[in-house]
Ligand binder design. Sequence first.
Ligand SMILES: [Fe+2]
Length: 300
Amino acid sequence: MARKHIEPFVDREVPFKKMTLPGFRKGMHYKMLSIDEDTGACTMTVRFDKGYKLPPGMCYTEYEMIIMKGSIKYGDDVCNAGYYLRVPAGVHMPAMSVPRGAEALLMYNFAEPSFVESDEDHRLAMRDQLTIVDSYEDLQWMPTSGAIYPAVAPGCLLKVLKYDPLTEALSFLYCMTPKFWQDNISYHDCAEEAYHIWGTSWMMQFGDLPTGGYFFRPPWINHGAFRSELGILAFGRTDSKLHNYFHWNPWTSPEENRERAVAQLARTKPDLFNWTISKDGHNHPHDFEHPDWKEKSNYF
Ligand SMILES: [Fe+2]
């Protein structure tokens, strides 16, 4: 998720464009929220016109989607607003149809959007990672302390939708309850992005983020304090472990925040830190279990 800092952005202020990439059918429209210009990975709001159809097929990269309005049929299965789908690369989906129109948040994770007609999986597809869940009806809210430490203020709740055990990246639905407030400032080592499905929250640095509001925020950027008068419902995700570094100084730069995070690493994992910064020529990270981890990372 190596993308530019975009904050705040409100998609209600821009029109939909026609999706014309090969494979996609007429009747799909998009608003580009953020894009990785090296890989084509992107996050979009999309609208499918009433009557939109797509044959059975697959994508060459993983995508995630949360349906926000209307419903989408895959074969005979109906996915209403609130359905979350994580479709791994090469996993084929049944024929898609949108009898009454729909809007969704759609994320292509490692490469540009693609669609190839197919009624079977690619031979390397990891079908066991396919997730289709009604996130509104079939999952319960939990305190952020269940997934994130240190936790944010108690009026912010989560439903975890995707957890990557290799990177600890998370995708989640989150809400702020009415009159939510948190009076400290946070930053993280990870990039994070979020989209407001409904509601307005206020942040000291970037002001109000209303329904349709979006941000893509690289690591170590101050955000908070927060408040929300009526509450919000939002979708968020990170590209690696979300650790909340809290503090009270609104004037620190991302560089100063990063140095403070490194100092914490040196305190909490001193041997690992010392080895990492040593100049003895042997500190090349190598994972005997996952030798290809560098190729899968955005940061090398
Ligand atoms: Fe954050």
